[in-house]
Design a protein around this ligand. Structure first.
Ligand code: MF3
Ligand code: CO
Length: 253
């Protein structure tokens, strides 16, 4: 079943979304060489709690962090630790917030200091692929149009989309139906309806899309050791243009 959210529920989800964005906006300046991922984790916790939210990932299926911090060849679910960022690393930060019983989920990849041209291009393409997918989250359109738009955009730039992990419905649970793959044929899957809320989250690899999970049971890395980037928004399907619930000011894309 796919839940349709009421106006009231959407308002709460927007607040949850704003809190996640506060963390990600704060990290624009906070992320620099020398900072550890543990420090990012405590700062995120502080901001989320100050705003009245609860870090949604902590304890989820036993996940130990408040956020995910995924450096370079780590695709997603990197666990914060005593590890300092280095100049030219790229780091994907994934933040989930629960607020008054509702969830938001959002992610961005950042350059630490000066990223290489190649890394910057990977991040740009990944971000753009997210917005290309979001544009397809339209009432009466089929779900896989999102997937197809992301895959086509990414592959036309020479990168690959991860298959092993997908986006998802979101609401009073962090993971709801439907699954939202970042690849696939167009015009398949459910017909989207106003009030559906989706976490759309392309994970894009510089090399092959194959990934593996490290011994900690969480950290997902690229098999070939090449870079990976991740951007995510929580999106509401409306009668007209999709509304991004994890974007609280209209920003340039
Ligand atoms: N955005 C990720 C997802 O949708 C966050 C889950 S991390 C976890 O799967 F640690 F909470 F599992
Ligand atoms: Co998610």
């Amino acid at each position: 079943m796919i839940s349709i959210k009421s106006k009231e529920e959407i308002e709460i989800m927007k607040k949850a979304g704003r809190i996640a964005e506060k963390v990600l906006d704060d990290f624009n300046l906070f992320i620099k060489a020398g900072i550890t991922t543990d420090q990012l984790d405590s700062r995120a916790k502080e901001i989320i709690e100050r705003e009245g939210g609860i870090p949604a990932f902590k304890g989820y299926k036993g996940y130990p962090g408040n956020i995910c911090t995924s450096i370079n060849d780590v695709v997603v679910h990197g666990i914060p630790k005593e590890e300092a960022l280095k100049n030219a690393d790229i780091i994907s930060i994934d933040v989930g917030v629960m607020y008054e019983g509702y969830f938001s989920d959002s992610a961005r990849t950042y350059a630490v200091g000066n990223a290489s041209k190649d890394a910057q291009r990977l991040m740009d393409v990944t971000k753009k692929s997210l917005y290309t997918g979001i544009a397809e989250a339209r009432a009466n359109g089929r779900l896989s149009n999102i997937s197809h738009a992301i895959q086509s955009y990414v592959e036309s730039h020479g990168y690959s989309v991860v298959r092993a992990l997908v986006g998802h419905g979101i609401g009073s649970k962090m993971h709801e139906n439907p699954e939202v793959p970042n690849y696939g044929e167009p015009n398949k899957g459910i017909v989207l309806m106003p009030g559906m809320t989706l976490a759309i989250e392309p994970m894009v690899n510089e090399g092959s899309y194959d990934v593996e999970v490290l011994g900690d049971g969480w950290t997902v890395v690229t098999k070939d050791g090449k870079l990976s980037a991740h951007f995510e928004h929580t999106v509401l399907v409306t009668k007209d243009t999709p509304e991004i619930l994890t974007e609280w000011r209209k920003k340039k894309q």
